[in-house]
Design a protein around this ligand. Structure first.
Ligand code: NI
Length: 209
């Protein structure tokens, strides 16, 4: 029987880089110096190059011939298009599957949200909560194709989310209002809050481009 092998160096490098890109610790458009990166990671060039190629396949890194690797950048139009798709998916699911949304899970998310100590800080907990709330709306569709196509842009949504650092307390408030509206069974209000939330986030991101 085949045994599970420990994660290879290439896979570890891939995971590290992917997380840094998703968290926007490496900024969109930034050039990657292969030699320097390998040095920083304490690895040789080969596995770093392999990891970057994998990220190119996923659309998170761009390779310009004879120039090198760059972190994926966005145009203003791309930001608008991604956020339009996000709005389309989330509002559609909220509207169509409103009654099916797991109220128990929502209550847990609401408690976690109210539990947070530093409401102005963009913490890892806040990111997780944000992602969980929006994911819940999509997953409730139980539609394989819909979930898949949302997941296709999800990495990009995560990067964009990390480009804006301010207005965390506002986002928290909006998430809380959204969950409360769903728990109260007020569908119209929930849709209004979600739409405003995505529009506000979109405008904040677009300002950067
Ligand atoms: Ni949100």
């Amino acid at each position: 029987m085949k045994r599970i092998v420990k994660e290879s160096i290439g896979e570890q490098i891939y995971s590290i880089l992917k997380e840094e890109i998703l968290l926007a610790k490496r900024k969109p458009g930034e050039q990657i110096n292969l030699r320097k990166l390998a040095e920083e990671l304490g690895a040789s060039i080969m596995p770093v190059r392999d990891a970057l190629k994998q990220l190119v396949d996923e659309g998170l890194v761009i390779r310009k011939p004879r120039v090198g690797f760059f972190i994926r950048n966005f145009t203003k139009q791309e930001v608008e298009e991604i956020m339009e798709m996000r709005k389309l998916y989330e509002l559609y699911c909220l509207n169509k599957y409103f009654d099916k949304i797991d109220r128990g899970k929502l209550k847990i998310l609401l408690e976690k949200s109210l539990d947070e100590k530093d409401i102005n800080q963009k913490t890892k907990e806040f990111d997780e909560l944000d992602e969980n709330i929006h994911d819940l709306l999509i997953k409730v569709s139980d539609n394989f194709y819909l979930i898949n196509s949302y997941n296709n842009i999800k990495n990009l949504i995560i990067i964009l989310r990390h480009l804006i650092e301010d207005e965390v307390s506002l986002a928290r408030e909006e998430h809380t209002l959204l969950i409360r509206a769903i728990l109260e069974g007020n569908k119209e209000r929930a849709i209004e809050i979600l739409e405003n939330h995505i529009d506000r986030v979109t405008n904040a991101i677009i300002k950067l481009f």
